[in-house]
Ligand binder design. Sequence first.
Ligand SMILES: [Zn+2]
Length: 323
Amino acid sequence: MEIITQNDYFIVKRMAPGVFAAIAKPGTGAWSNAGFVDLGTELLVFDAFNTPVAAEELRKQAEKLTGKKVKYLVNSHYHGDHVFGNQVFEDLPIISTELTREWIKDKNVIGDVDVEFEETQKYLDNLILQIESEQDEIIKQSLSNQYLEMQVLLKQIPSMKLTLPSITFENKLVISGTERHVELYCFGGGHSPSDTFLYVPKEKAAFMGDIVTDNLHLPIFHPEEFLTTLQSTKTKEIDVLLPGHGDIGSNEKVKTMIDYVTMLKEAARGAIAAEVESEDFVSSFVIPEEFKEWKGMQGIKRNLRTVYDFYAKDVEKTRTQSI
Ligand SMILES: [Zn+2]
């Protein structure tokens, strides 16, 4: 895919006419991918990176490349690496689901700057210890990348302010321009309590947020909603997509995510049915070949625990109901 331009934080690629990906360079303060769509007379930006400096560059580059102004920002979900740059777009309508807005408001509070600064510094000190003692090379690399990202964030803390979405929707929102329109969809959560993806029908292109990532054990919030959301993308004809982390690809990446979540679900349910305890399940788990090289700060273990607990609760519920 053609590289249009690049800078300290991200690489811009043209996914389709009028549809651009801003792919994060690791360890620079962008941390996750963003994208922008030329609606005709103005632009729509999808996600705002982990820091205002990276977001500022995004707004600048999008406007410079197209000669048009940004009119809207969309937040795919509440995680900081997608919304901490929101303040750069505070003069514009910022769009998310109602639930994502609530989670940004509750979870991303920036309190007293000195305290935040001190706590982040402590977190970074602790991270160094973790990196030093980590035996698994892949996890070590993921932790080191997080360290670099958090260092950029640390410097930005004094100038950061929580900037909330101002327009919310529930399941679907269509934004029309003179050249093309975009559709925002939310079928629940999966990776977070509420995940939105963006579809450009005219170009058969999509920005997936973190429901699709590249070779990464990204946190799972709700395995069943995750599968529903991923399956729902099949009703759209997608030729090219941008994952929340990693490079552009086809909807093969959706299939890989479905395989991953299904594999975790089946393994956890099998273990629960065989009355294997959670910790035994996690420690004895053999990662299937196709997911062995996947990165992530906690590897596959966190997701094994989450998915096990999720289905264990289901079994618990059925037991109590039958008593
Ligand atoms: Zn996320």
